[in-house]
Design a protein around this ligand. Structure first.
Ligand SMILES: Cc1ncc(COP(=O)(O)O)c(C=O)c1O
Length: 391
């Protein structure tokens, strides 16, 4: 009765784990949550107040399909701050990066076409392709490559029906920022093959440590499609708002698609998001970024002192992708035993692909430092109780 594509769409394994976590919490247990892929902070107050004002002032109607001109101009001004000039006409406001992905797959892929994605990578990418009867082809880019995609990786999977690539930096689940030389090499290969490059920059802004080599992939190649979102750095997951930067000729066909698929992005969220770039709001985002940086260091040091390998210190997002193979357990069993016996939730690698999935677990530091410390203490106890020396 339902379409065949549904057979290819697997549920997240972490959902079962989260249900287990909820059940444990309902029966009075305190859980440590390392599985959550969204900031624990509420939306910054100036943005929230702008949202309330938008409702009170009656900004409750459809807007332009490509987004409010004022918001598109604010996003263009944000790129000026990042050091690249992006005309507001090339900015498309979307209902989260998820709608941006829907639009780009609709724009760029015919039935039977292939798009290359990384393994591990954001699992929903495959579903967006399946919805237009195209296929995402996984390119294994593992720890041996420091999770850095190169032109050679892409060339190894490029076939007759490949139309382009979808990369991410900083990436989910690894937190890895692609090095400029690798990204440039990857874009170069795609250009040579006459394909499209999409760069998912939804974690742009959440970069820690030394100054990044580049602030946006648009510095490296101005013709790529870039996805961004108000969800992560701007702390607005539930407002469902994102944006894209697209090459000029793509604006009109995207507008046609967006009008038909979504009519417009949410008006209240757009009004609120204008405020996301104000100095007051930016100060909140930056303060939170510093907190994420501290949490990253705390969690990484704690896991390392327990003997786990954090193969490289990821520079961005809010994830650590940790090798648990030295426990002798596969990552799926590790996660289940950890939640069942020690009430610590984390996401097994299987949710992000096949490549080395049995070895890796994603730990999100979207929880405060006291909770991180409690989680580390419990993991330490687990290792002792299970009698697995982890080194
Ligand atoms: C890499 C990546 N891309 C896209 C999304 C979708 O984000 P949203 O639709 O909230 O903007 C997510 C969400 O976690 C993500 O991790």
């Amino acid at each position: 009765m339902y379409a065949e594509r549904l057979n290819k769409i697997a549920p997240f394994r972490v959902v079962e784990l989260m249900e287990r976590a909820r059940a444990l919490e309902a029966s009075g247990h305190e859980l440590v949550h390392f599985e959550v892929g969204e900031p624990d902070f509420p939306t910054a107050e100036p943005i929230a107040r702008a949202g309330v004002r938008a409702i009170q002032e009656g900004h409750t109607k459809y807007t332009q399909a490509l987004g409010l001109p004022e918001l598109r101009a604010s996003i263009a001004a944000y790129y000026d701050l990042l050091g690249v000039s992006v005309p507001a006409q090339r900015i498309v406001v979307t209902t989260g990066a998820s709608a941006g992905l829907t639009l780009l797959n609709g724009l760029l892929l015919n039935p039977g076409d292939e798009v290359l994605v990384t393994d591990p990578g954001y699992p929903c990418n495959e579903v967006f392709a399946a919805l237009v009867n195209a296929q995402a082809v996984r390119v294994p880019v593992g720890v041996e490559a420091r999770f850095q995609v190169t032109g050679a990786h892409l060339a190894s999977r490029w076939g007759d029906t490949t139309r382009g690539v979808l990369l991410a930096s900083p990436a989910n689940p690894t937190g890895v920022v692609q090095q400029r030389e690798h990204l440039s090499d990857a874009f170069g290969l795609v250009r040579q093959r006459g394909g499209f490059s999409i760069l998912d920059e939804i974690y742009q802004g959440l970069v820690y440590g030394e100054a990044p080599e580049y602030r946006t992939g648009l510095e490296i190649d101005k013709d790529i499609f870039v996805l961004n979102s108000f969800s992560k750095y701007f702390g607005m997951t539930g407002w469902r708002l994102g944006w894209m930067v697209v090459p000029e000729p793509a604006v009109e066909p995207i507008a046609r698609l967006a009008q038909n698929l979504f009519i417009s992005p949410p008006s209240i969220a757009q009004q609120a998001a204008i405020e996301a770039f104000s100095p007051q709001s930016m100060a909140v985002h930056e303060f939170r970024r510093e907190q994420f940086a501290q949490r990253r260091d705390l969690l990484a040091a704690g896991l390392q002192s327990l003997g786990f390998q954090v193969p490289l210190m990821p520079q961005g997002a809010f994830y650590l992708y940790v090798d648990v193979s030295s426990t002798g357990m596969d990552s799926f069993d590790f996660c289940w035993r950890l939640i069942d016996e020690f009430h610590v939730a984390a996401t097994p690698g299987i949710d992000f692909g096949d490549h080395q999935a049995e070895r890796f677990v994603r730990f999100a530091y979207t929880t405060g430092s006291s909770s991180i410390e409690l989680g580390l203490e419990r993991i330490g106890r687990a290792l002792r109780q299970w009698g697995v020396a982890c080194s």
